[in-house]
Ligand binder design. Sequence first.
Ligand code: MN
Length: 229
Amino acid sequence: MTIHRRAMLAVFAASAATLAMPRLVRAQGTPKFIQPPLPYSDTALSPAIGQQTVQLHYGKHHAAYYANLNRLAQGKDYNDMSLIDVVKKASTIPADQAILNQAGQCYNHELYWDQFKPGGARAPAGALAAKIDSDLEGLAKTKEALIAAGNTVFGSGWAWLVQNGDGKLAITTTPGGNNPVGRGMTPLLGIDVWEHAYYLDFQNRRADHVKAVLDTLVNWDVVAARFKA
Ligand code: MN
């Protein structure tokens, strides 16, 4: 190889490296998975969930799950899938638990913030109310069961009102960031029992927090919209 040719190749390699740079920057600047805006002000859930809790929970914890998911999904099939499909698929692949942790928490919290939108029904009505009566012995028992389920979660996780594949309602829990869609269930109402959800407002009194959320914050119109009659 002549010196001239070697020099030309070096120039070419340098140019290619320079050209590749903006593409990398652009890919990192347009994340696939985007946190939806909070559908109310950060004081709207007080006193059951105080302003500082919302600021940290939505602004730091929930936001971080998207940053982590976007980093982990980059260059993988997951990056071209909807969030719920990522959660469903990663739930079946033990090696992808790290993806499931982040995607599950993105999705869990989208359900969580949305179900507290102010202005909706304070109790279930219509077909959902009838189903809660027939499958779970009514709203009061359902709340008790959700509080009890939240207390059985050891460490971090969620308590859920779900609809099973056969249409029946049930109460269940998931560990960490898992979501019931990973077990073929439809989540209707999700209660976050990670300590970051309640510790500033209720310290160690998890059950009191869950009761306050159920009694004062749940928008049952949103829950009904997730339910298939
Ligand atoms: Mn949380």
